[in-house]
Design a protein around this ligand. Structure first.
Ligand code: V55
Ligand code: FE
Length: 494
């Protein structure tokens, strides 16, 4: 097969683009603040080849790394494939050799044993290096100046885990990177590896523990005292995978869990706290200590947001019926048997961002994507889930104060990156790509223009202060990362 299926995973902003390129001096409307100097890296899954199976999904597309680079008010754009072992094997064959998402039993026999990871989820900057990550494998190092792939990253041979999360957490005060890998011991292993890399990028600790079932653990949180894994009942089953089935199926009747331990402690000190049944979350916003209390803020839904994970679990619900809220879970660690207290903080949504300095600490603002209740019609289809968002929210979790930036009718918005300001009392800026349909609603769903909007982080309701027009239709991003000029200049790879 050599055509792309016409499903939500390949239409709208998920239309395969497959173009590696660089463009200098994009058209800028408005003024770019002088302090925005550096690069906004974006992880973009984009199939180099048509998939082997009609029911393939957007999460199974080759990783591309894109960058918007800001230099003296000018903006350049570049995008390249991450040259994973898998990408290179298929490039040589000129067609797909790897089958279904996280199912090696569906691969062409010629690639048995070849690393399957796609490095397509999050660009991660730590200790002078840039990585592209996906939770099913180890990260790949990228040259931040050229976007060339340097190679697979294993902490100079020290890393034991076969996987590395797409959501490590960096404590900006200590410079340490806290990470984990699940299915750390190989396909469907119930092992979780918990690791810490110091500010110089050396692996200083790696401990393994077991989870109660083989869950997809997409994200975790740290506080100044703790490392915390909220675990939700979307589970893997080796027999199903061997039979050519889905890696993940949601278990609507199974409880969720919180695993919590001192962040510099031993996994033997892990405490397990039971959570509500059937719920799901891919991204936590943040967590922090408040005396003996620990607050964990998360994008919670009443079932899993990905339709293919619901279907594999026999859950028949359409995307619009999913309920959720930005939710605070509070646990009292002074209790012998801590329980989760739950309260809503804000409207449903996902793809939360935080100022880097607020990681794991009390914080008074965050941003996330949601749906504009007053939109004229839905946004274009696309994005990892197959349904885009059309509003950017800023929330003050302490008092619930909410402000919103809407995008034009039919447009979709991707996860913003936060650029801090050194000016006293200035909250910095957000950079976010907005995909705007070129024609009227119902027109060609692949025909849109991608713009990078610059927004005052504390005044999102005012809309963009500058728009950078790419003149291109870019495929949907998953996550992004802002890296300042100072960090780029001090990068270890030249
Ligand atoms: C997510 C994304 C992935 C994945 C698993 O957004 C979860 C959630 C882009 O790949 O493999
Ligand atoms: Fe994610």
């Amino acid at each position: 097969m050599n055509a792309f299926p016409q499903t939500i995973h390949f239409i709208g902003t998920n239309t395969p683009r497959r173009v590696e390129m660089s463009v200098r001096n994009l058209a800028v409307e408005g003024e770019i603040p002088a302090e925005i100097e550096g690069a906004f890296f974006r992880a973009v899954p984009d199939n180099a080849h048509a998939p082997m199976f009609e029911d393939d999904i957007a999460l199974n597309a080759d990783g591309m790394i894109a960058a918007f680079t800001f230099t003296d008010g000018a903006v350049d754009f570049a995008i390249r494939y991450v040259e994973t072992e898998r990408y290179l094997a298929e490039k040589k064959a000129r067609h797909a050799l790897f089958g279904k998402y996280r199912n090696p039993f569906t691969d062409d026999p010629s690639v048995k044993g070849v690393d399957r990871t796609l490095a397509n989820t999050t660009p991660v900057w730590h200790a002078g290096r840039l990585f592209m990550t996906k939770e099913d494998g180890r990260g790949y190092e990228i040259n931040p100046h050229t976007l060339e792939t340097v190679g697979k990253w294993d902490y100079y041979g020290a890393l034991k885990s076969e996987t590395f999360t797409a959501h490590p957490r960096v404590d900006s005060e200590t410079g340490e990177l806290f990470f984990f890998g699940y299915e750390a011991g190989g396909l469907c292993s119930d092992d979780i590896a918990y690791g810490i890399a110091d500010k110089d990028g050396n692996l200083v600790s790696e401990q393994w523990f077991k989870q109660p079932y083989i869950a997809t653990i997409h994200d975790f949180v740290i506080t100044e005292k703790y490392a915390i894994w909220p675990i939700f009942p979307t589970t893997a089953d080796l027999d199903r995978i061997k039979a050519g089935g889905a890696h993940w199926a949601h278990q609507q009747d199974l409880e969720s869990w919180i695993a919590i331990m001192p962040r510099y402690g031993k996994v033997e000190d892990m405490q397990w706290i039971k959570g509500p049944v059937g719920v799901s979350c891919f991204h936590e916003v943040n967590a922090y200590d408040d005396g003996d209390l620990v607050h964990i803020d998360l994008c919670l839904t009443d079932t899993v947001a990905f339709s293919f994970m619901r279907e594999a679990g026999g859950i028949h619900r359409d995307q619009q019926s999913i309920q959720g809220a930005l939710t605070r879970w509070t646990i009292d660690m002074s209790k012998a048997d801590p329980q989760i207290e739950e309260r809503p903080l804000g409207p449903p949504g996902d793809l939360p961002r935080l100022a880097d300095a607020d990681q794991g600490r009390p914080y008074n603002r965050a941003w996330y994507l949601s749906m504009n209740p007053e939109a004229q019609g839905p946004p274009m289809l696309g994005g990892p889930v197959g349904a885009n968002f059309n509003a950017l929210l800023r929330i003050e979790p302490g008092n619930g104060r909410l402000t919103m930036m809407a995008v034009p009718p039919g447009a979709g918005i991707s996860e913003p990156a936060h650029v801090p300001s050194s000016q006293e009392g200035h909250g910095g800026w957000l950079l976010t790509v907005v995909d705007i349909p070129n024609g009227p609603p119902g027109g060609n769903p692949a025909d849109y223009s991608s713009e990078l909007w610059v927004v005052e982080a504390d005044a999102v309701e005012n809309g963009p202060i500058a728009k950078i027009r790419t003149g291109l239709a870019l495929r949907s991003q998953v996550h992004g990362a802002w890296v300042s000029r100072a960090r780029l200049d001090a990068s270890k790879v030249r």
